[in-house]
Design a protein. Sequence first.
Length: 318
Amino acid sequence: MIKEFNFIKTIRNEIRLFIKIISSIVLLGIIYIVFTTAQYESYISLYPNQQDSDTSSIFENISGIVKQMGLLQSGSLQNNIDISDVIFSRRLHKDLLSQTWIDQNGKRVKLTEFWGLDRPGLISSILGNNPTENHIREVGILEISDRLWVEENPTGLRKIYVKFEDPNISAQIANYIGDYLYNFISNELIFQAKNNRMFLEERTESAQNSLQYSENELKKFQEQYTLAIDAPDVVLQRTRLSRKVNMDQEIYFVLVQQLELAKIEELKHRPIVNFIDRGDVPIDPKYPRKILVLFSSFLCGVLIASLFAIYREETYSN
């Protein structure tokens, strides 16, 4: 109780210094808010479209048989594209850097020009070093990576956020990413479906030739040895040839089914991703978060002032 009383007494005695410390820290927060470039936030929300239930059930029924026979490439019927991987890919970031955007003043500008990455800095100007194209691109990719993030909900909903100094460009980038995702996933699925169909066509033709060869071999054998001949060696050879024809028929039948389904998948048009919200032009800046900065500054000021009061108390007590 004595220490607690001395600590409170120290704060009361040094109340002016206590207020000065808190005010100084809060003033630093205000300076940060004033001199930090305001950034606007825009976002799009979407969820990936699931495979249609009618065709997916058929695929599940026969794909296992085909895979056991070694006739289907593993994973060819599945879509394993992760949206986050596409969002944070260098390919998309370089594409964003190459595009021309319209700012809130109606001026067309590229991101490297907007950020001034093509202009040498103070030290580079003194040393006479001009930024190279590769350097500008790498710095631009890092800038874009810091301004994008993805929020994934357990329901499958994805929100893609973009923060930028210009509200118009922020919304344009968000919508461009949505269109880029749609085209990328659509082209990837079409490419997979085409490869799957071509692979199955080759396997079906090979199975058809194998079936025809087995049937001809059985036909020749039956012409040479009639059913009336029941010698053990003849019966064994006839059984083997018949079994080979039955196996080739089963393989050919499954492959024909799989080929027809692959053709349907290639020709079928369905939405790849379903957009819930498109990017709107934000009205007010989102960053810096003024209330959060001021509140954090106040708490830091109280903490620093309290530590100083404790230090003064310990010093005077000793």
